[in-house]
Design a protein around this ligand. Structure first.
Ligand SMILES: [Zn+2]
Length: 267
């Protein structure tokens, strides 16, 4: 089962950040005092940057880093993208790259868009994605398992990906949800900076809150790129976490049935 398709981002979006910015406002004014369209656009950009600098000095946002180019909390998606793009250029310089060489010229903006997508869970909630997909069903009192849901998340310690599969089981107590919604709930919490333990617990909590089931269990098995590409460099190492509630916790037989379904009939 797929955890959901990625919505394509626009391939190219014009950005002021790839254009060289004049040093002062004076540089923009022609000898006759008029501004061309390009100059007017740069003038507006300069005004916006001045406004942000003023906000910093007014104490709205403190910035202590010598490397921080931007100040203030971004108020719009455009501002977010601009600040992240600028930060990425700094990172490229720090690792010894030239952000202006041909292959990298659009990279900071692409990276910013990719990161915004990979953390899009911050703007979602389990309530929103469930969207009235909870149904009354009194007859089913047996275990329901959805397994092998793909997840893609990022570890909050290194901001590197971890990817894997999640298995969810629950025993209804009069309410069930559309099965695809379980994958959507997982996505809400996976698309954030995470630790796998918290991700596992948050998915359990969301299902408990939505359904008040007799019991619920979640298992996540994943590979962390911070282990594979750096540190111990253990290719193939898997991290497995589980969290159980209700009769999955109190009844050993129910818990065993859940783990047997996950382990016994794996593809
Ligand atoms: Zn990590």
């Amino acid at each position: 089962m797929s955890s959901g398709s990625q919505s394509p981002l626009p391939a190219e979006v014009s950005s002021v950040s790839t254009t060289s910015t004049p040093k002062t406002e004076r540089d923009l004014v022609d000898s006759d005092g008029t501004l061309s369209c390009e100059e007017e656009r740069l003038w507006l950009e300069l005004s916006r940057k001045k406004r942000r600098t003023l906000e910093m000095f007014e104490g709205k946002e403190k910035c202590s880093s010598n490397f921080c180019h931007e100040v203030g909390q971004p108020s719009s998606d455009e501002e977010k993208l601009e600040q992240m793009t600028s930060a990425c250029k700094t990172i490229l310089k720090c690792i010894g790259e030239d952000p202006n060489r041909e292959g990298l010229i659009k990279t900071p903006e692409r990276w910013a868009k990719a990161l915004l997508f990979m953390t899009s869970g911050y703007s979602l909630s389990a309530e929103k994605v469930l969207n009235n997909a909870v149904f009354t069903e009194d007859s089913h009192k047996e275990i329901v398992v959805v397994k092998n849901i793909n997840i893609h998340s990022m570890c909050e310690h290194h901001m590197l990906p971890f990817t894997g599969r999640i298995h969810v089981g629950y025993i209804p107590n009069g309410k069930i949800i559309g099965l695809s919604k379980i994958a959507r709930i997982a996505e809400v919490y996976a698309r954030r900076l995470q630790v796998q333990e918290r991700l596992t617990r948050q998915i359990v909590d969301a299902i408990v809150e939505a359904l008040q089931p007799l019991g619920v269990g979640v298992v996540i098995e994943s590979s962390h790129f911070c282990m594979v590409m750096r540190g111990v460099q253990q290719v193939g190492a898997k991290t497995v976490t589980s969290c159980v509630r209700g009769c999955f916790e109190s009844n050993q037989k129910t818990r065993a049935e859940f783990f047997n379904i996950i382990n016994g009939r794996r593809d």
